[in-house]
Design a binder for this molecule. Structure first.
Ligand code: SF4
Ligand code: SF3
Length: 542
């Protein structure tokens, strides 16, 4: 087998991509990502065994996040940058090992792989299938994917100057544990839950970082049409990149539009002061192949999700930054102070036509925890009067598989006295359906990006309080979550740690769950897949 990856929902046949990724990842790239993860395990082993204090490892911590983020689905397809990152991490590892001087380290903490050939060769034996027992493999990988999601959120927080050494310490501990053959299934299940606990921590950290810098998201109408100026489209999740782009484009005559997961940036008060922050263009990530054509201007990827561009022309308009990369696309790196120079993108925008209109009108969002708390009396009243019968948390990811039509159909089929709480790019399946409102409360409440699923958990806890209930599981609230990549894994683990039961997860259950591990999730947490729209609506409404 030339590669093996089963970390996302679109994995081939629901079991694993073994020749080429459905996402477009080639075997070389898959192997480099495996080797990068293996290098991180070795580093983590040294950190743990030497008892190093994570709060004193600033450079390493930053590179740990960046490395994990680079391996998230659709983040980085660029072999050269992955190789450079492996070299960087091996250099940091060797320095650390020399200083630490601990005996009995594993090969992950000591191997050499200088040339590209050596890297490919080494990678072949350290991938997912290196773990023979399928249950241990399943748990090790689930933890690793949770850590990838955690790294993404921690990196955004770090970019805003907010860090928590305990989160780094946990990441080293968990990565080292995935190398430890002495740990059995029970220990790994425990560690999986601990990963969820740290997922809650990291999302709280990011929430504090975002809101302290940009204010609390508030109800906002976002334009989905176009203006007449040349423009830049910004995609991904990083708000500091957006802030820098808005600053640098101010007064240039170039507008800025958000794509996919950047949409919720419009909800923050701090970004409303930019008159050239024009609106949102298009839909979820997977529609970019056509939407980037009609957008006509440059595109900046700050994080996942990149779909391999179809033409040289589109590729020439795509720029990457942060952990993202695509061969042939220009990458904008920060200077020492984290400042990025986007002048090349702005200059290109000025030479290109304005975006072509693909839709018009406005969509509403901004229902993160502070905004919903401000509406709490109204919401509680609506539940008490029977105007709202049930809430549905439908957060998560969107994707290109046909079976995701379920989510639009499900939203349409829900009775008019129900409210959908959403976050993540899953929202694009139902945020333009015109589902109306209940006494002024929209039936689709968008809290923000996938990381803002934390807001949904806070809202659930607030509602529990307001109704004087023991557990969120006693609320008229159901979870029908869609997943695709590894950020959804950390969100799911966080929800499990918070005690949420009976989550429905779709459009298919993860291929990385072995039958036994799936059984644990079903028995302990009541997790299940999805059925038909009709059956599921009936089931949920009972
Ligand atoms: Fe396949 Fe998903 Fe891995 Fe890409 S990220 S190779 S689609 S499992
Ligand atoms: Fe979407 Fe890629 Fe996951 Fe952030 S942008 S939710 S899939």
């Amino acid at each position: 087998m030339s590669m093996f990856c089963y970390q996302c929902q679109e994995t081939a046949g629901g079991r694993g991509c073994a020749i080429r990724g459905v996402c477009g990842k080639t075997e070389d790239i898959a192997r480099l990502q495996d080797l990068l993860i293996h290098t991180l395990r070795g580093i983590s082993e040294i950190v743990v065994k030497s008892g190093a204090d994570a709060s004193k490892l600033s450079t390493l911590n930053g590179e740990l996040l960046n490395s994990l983020f680079m391996t998230i689905t659709n983040a980085n397809f660029d072999g050269a940058s992955l190789e450079a990152q492996i070299d960087r991490m091996l250099g940091l590892r060797d320095m650390l090992r020399e200083q630490a001087n601990v005996p009995g380290l594993s090969d992950a903490a000591a191997f050499h792989a200088e040339s590209s050939e050596q890297k490919q060769e080494m990678a072949a034996s350290v991938g997912v299938l290196r773990t023979e027992n399928e249950d241990i493999r399943s748990l090790r990988e689930m933890i690793t994917y949770g850590l990838k999601g955690m790294a993404a959120y921690a990196e955004h927080a770090r970019n805003l100057g907010k860090e928590d050494p305990e989160i780094y310490a946990f990441m080293y501990k968990a990565l080292a544990a995935t190398l430890d053959d002495g740990l059995g299934a029970d220990e790994l299940v425990k560690l999986t839950l601990e990963t969820g606990a740290n997922g809650v921590k990291v999302m709280a950290l990011l929430d504090a970082a975002n809101t302290s810098r940009y204010g609390n998201p508030e109800i906002t109408m976002v334009d989905i049409g176009v203006r007449k100026n040349p423009a830049i489209l910004i995609s991904g999740h990083d708000l500091t990149d957006l802030e820098q782009l808005l600053e640098q484009t101010a007064g240039t005559g170039v507008d800025v539009y958000t794509h996919s997961e950047m949409l919720p940036a419009h909800y923050y008060p701090a970004f409303k002061k930019y008159p050239h922050f024009a609106g949102n263009y298009g839909n979820a990530w997977w529609k970019q192949l056509t939407e980037f054509e009609s957008f006509r201007g440059p595109i900046l990827f700050t994080t996942n999700c990149i779909v391999p561009p179809r033409s040289e022309e589109i590729r020439s308009r795509i720029f990457t930054t942060g952990s993202t990369g695509y061969p042939g696309c220009r990458h904008i790196a920060p200077d020492r102070n984290g400042k990025k120079d986007f002048s090349e993108i702005i200059a290109l925008a000025k030479t290109l036509p304005a975006p072509e209109e693909i839709e018009s009108g406005k969509i509403v969002g901004g229902f993160a925890h502070a905004q919903v708390e401000a509406l709490a009396d109204k919401v509680v009243e609506a539940v008490k009067s029977g105007a709202i019968k049930k809430f549905f948390v439908m957060a998560g990811c969107d994707g290109r598989m046909k079976n995701r039509e379920y989510y639009a159909e499900f939203a349409k089929a829900l009775p008019g006295d129900t409210v959908i709480l959403t976050a993540g790019c899953a929202k694009y399946r139902y945020n333009k359906l015109g589902l109306g409102d209940i006494g002024g409360i929209p039936r689709v409440l968008d809290a923000g990006q996938c990381n803002d699923s934390y807001s949904l958990a806070l809202i659930a806890l607030k509602l529990k309080e307001a109704f004087g209930l023991e557990s969120v599981n006693d609320l008229p609230l159901a979870f029908n979550i869609a997943w695709y990549e590894q950020k959804a894994v950390i969100v799911l683990l966080a929800l499990l740690w918070l005690g949420v039961k009976n989550i429905h997860l779709g459009p298919t259950l993860p291929g990385f769950l072995s039958p036994n591990v799936a059984k644990v999730l079903v028995e302990k947490f009541g997790i299940s897949g999805i059925g038909t729209v009709e059956d599921d609506v009936a089931l949920f409404m009972n």
